[in-house]
Design a protein around this ligand. Structure first.
Ligand SMILES: C[S@@+](CC[C@H](N)C(=O)[O-])C[C@H]1O[C@@H](n2cnc3c(N)ncnc32)[C@H](O)[C@@H]1O
Length: 284
C-alpha cells in the first residue's frame, strides 16, 4: 500500500495514469499519486463528485470526452517563468540568433517554435529578446509559434496576463515597465505589440503533426522529462524533421539531453548544450 492509500484507490489511480499516458504521453507512477486529489479538486467540485476517486471511477467507465481532457489538462505540470535558465537565453542571444540572422539575411524571415509553451513566458521571452537585442529584425518577418496540450495554459498565454509574482520571476524592472501595463496594482498584461508577435496553438506532441512547417529554432524545454523512452524518441524524430536545415537549432531544458540519437549533432557551448540536425545521418 502506497502512503496509506488503500489498494482499491491505488488501482483506480494507476488506471487513470495509464489513460493519461496513452492520450498525453505524460507518464506518472504511484509516487505521484498524491498529486491527483489536489490537481483534480476544482473539477471534482465543479462537476459535483464526492471526491477524486469517484471522478476517476466515472471517467474509467465512460468513453474519452471533454471531462477526461479537462482532467488531463489539470494533471500537466505547467511550471515556467520568463527567461527560465538565463544561460540558455544568453546562448540564443549571443550565438544562435546571430548565426541564424546571418544565414537568413537574404530572405529576412525567422521561424521559431516553443513547443511546450505552457502559459507563454518562454515564447514572450524570445519576443522580448528579439526586440531588445536585434533592432535590425524590425523589418524582418519574425514568426514565433507557441503550442501546448493544455488549453487552460494556452488561454492564459493568449491573454498575456500575469501576476506580480510571475512577472517578477525572470524580468528586470525596466522590462516590466517597457513591455507590460498594469490592469490592477498586482495584475499585468504584456503589450499588444509583443502579444502580436506570438501565435499560440494547441498541439499534442504525441499525436501526428500533419502540416508542421519548418523552423530555424525550436525550444522543447522541460517537457521530455515527462515522457517514456518510446514517446520521447518519436517526438524527437518529428522535431528533427521540423528543423529547417543543418543550421537550425533545437534547445532542450537544462536537465534534458538527447542520448545517442545519431540524427542530431550536439553543440556544446560553455554551460549550454543545443542540437542541430545531423544531415550526414542515414547517408552511406
Ligand atoms: C514544465 S512545462 C514547460 C514550459 C516551458 N517550456 C519551460 O521550460 O518553462 C511543460 C509543458 O509541457 C506540456 N505538455 C505535456 N504533455 C504535452 C503533450 N503531449 N503535448 C504538448 N505539450 C505537452 C504541459 O502542458 C506543460 O505546459
Amino acid at each position: 500500500m502506497k502512503d496509506g492509500m488503500n489498494p482499491f484507490d491505488q488501482t483506480v489511480i494507476e488506471n487513470f495514469f495509464k489513460m493519461l499516458e496513452k492520450k498525453t504521453g505524460v507518464a506518472l507512477d504511484l509516487s505521484k499519486g498524491y498529486l491527483v486529489s489536489s490537481r483534480l479538486s476544482t473539477i471534482v467540485k465543479q462537476h459535483g463528485f464526492i471526491n477524486h476517486i469517484s471522478l476517476l471511477k466515472h471517467m474509467a467507465s465512460n468513453q474519452i470526452n471533454s471531462l477526461h481532457w479537462q482532467a488531463f489538462d489539470a494533471m500537466t505540470t505547467n511550471e515556467t517563468s520568463f527567461f527560465r535558465d538565463t544561460t540558455s537565453f544568453n546562448a540564443i542571444t549571443e550565438m544562435i540568433l546571430p548565426a541564424l540572422i546571418a544565414k537568413k539575411s537574404n530572405i529576412k524571415e525567422l521561424n521559431i517554435w516553443s513547443c511546450a509553451a505552457s502559459s507563454g513566458q518562454e515564447a514572450y521571452s524570445i519576443a522580448i529578446l528579439v526586440r531588445e537585442n536585434f533592432p535590425e529584425l524590425s523589418k524582418w518577418k519574425i514568426h514565433i509559434k507557441a503550442t501546448d496540450i493544455s488549453k487552460t495554459s494556452l488561454d492564459k498565454a493568449r491573454l498575456g496576463i500575469y501576476s506580480h509574482l510571475e512577472i517578477n520571476r525572470g524580468l528586470t524592472n525596466a522590462q516590466i515597465k517597457r513591455y507590460f501595463r498594469n490592469l490592477t496594482p498586482s495584475i499585468y498584461q504584456i503589450t499588444n505589440d509583443l502579444r502580436q508577435m506570438v501565435e499560440f496553438d494547441y498541439l499534442n506532441l504525441i499525436e501526428d503533426w500533419p502540416h508542421s512547417p519548418k523552423f530555424d529554432l525550436i525550444l522543447l524545454r522541460n517537457a521530455l522529462i515527462y515522457f517514456n523512452k518510446d514517446n520521447k524518441s518519436q517526438i524527437l524524430k518529428k522535431i528533427n524533421s521540423s528543423l529547417a536545415d543543418q543550421e537550425s537549432c533545437l534547445m532542450l531544458g537544462s536537465s534534458e539531453s538527447i542520448l545517442f540519437d545519431p540524427s542530431f549533432k550536439t553543440v556544446q557551448l560553455e554551460r549550454v548544450t543545443y542540437y542541430k540536425k545531423n544531415v550526414t545521418f542515414g547517408i552511406i
